[in-house]
Design a protein around this ligand. Structure first.
Ligand code: FES
Length: 197
């Protein structure tokens, strides 16, 4: 007589809150077979779904992947593209790696901090603009670099960076990086061909 096969326990894939956004995360978890080394991909989906990664969301991902929450928090805070707080409508990430720093990235940060009355890592009170610092973004040849609404801009100065941000906030550059960018067109081609983030 054949022994009855024990039912294999599968992780719970429904979040008890019923929040529909968790379904997107659950779908990614399922697609990636709950593999622990898929953590970064799952975090990307979670951030896209919720806008940022709050504590409850990170704990949920940790539980589903059976990883220590400290590990998941560590990964989420290490990478500049993850945010643990809600971000502004427009985001500017300034690279503060060595090459960018020696070429004046600190002055760009200081200029934007002054103009928008915030500190790097903060969002303006009206929720319109967030300023973030990052480690080397991998395109040191174009230092100093910043990423404004997902658009990479190289060889910036405090004045040009401030103008770019102003344009973005006024809607001229377009949210998420759509719009005219005549000044560094050549540099961007160089970036596209030779380097990646
Ligand atoms: S230091 Fe800024 S891109 Fe490398």
């Amino acid at each position: 007589m054949l022994a009855t096969k024990e039912k294999k326990s599968t992780p719970a894939i429904e979040h008890p809150s019923g929040d529909a956004r968790f379904k997107l995360v659950d779908r990614a978890l399922k697609r990636l077979h709950f593999q622990q080394d898929a953590l970064i991909e799952v975090l990307h989906v979670a951030q896209e779904s919720f806008g940022y990664l709050d504590e409850g969301l990170l704990i949920y991902v940790a539980r589903q992947l059976k990883l220590p929450p400290s590990w998941v928090f560590g990964v989420a805070t290490f990478y500049h593209f993850f945010s643990l707080e809600p971000k502004g409508e427009h985001q500017c990430i300034v690279c503060m790696g060595t090459a960018c720093y020696v070429k004046g990235a600190g002055d760009i940060v200081a200029c934007l901090e002054k103009e928008y009355n915030l500190k790097a890592g903060e969002t303006t009170a009206d929720g319109k603009f967030s300023l973030t610092e990052a480690r080397c973004l991998g395109s040191c040849g174009l230092a100093p670099i910043l990423i404004l609404d997902n658009q990479t801009l190289g060889k910036e100065t405090p004045a040009s960076a401030a103008a770019r941000v102003r344009e973005a906030l006024q809607g001229q550059a377009g949210k998420n990086g759509r719009g005219a960018r005549p000044k560094v067109a050549a540099d961007e081609e160089e970036f596209a061909e030779g380097e990646t983030l």
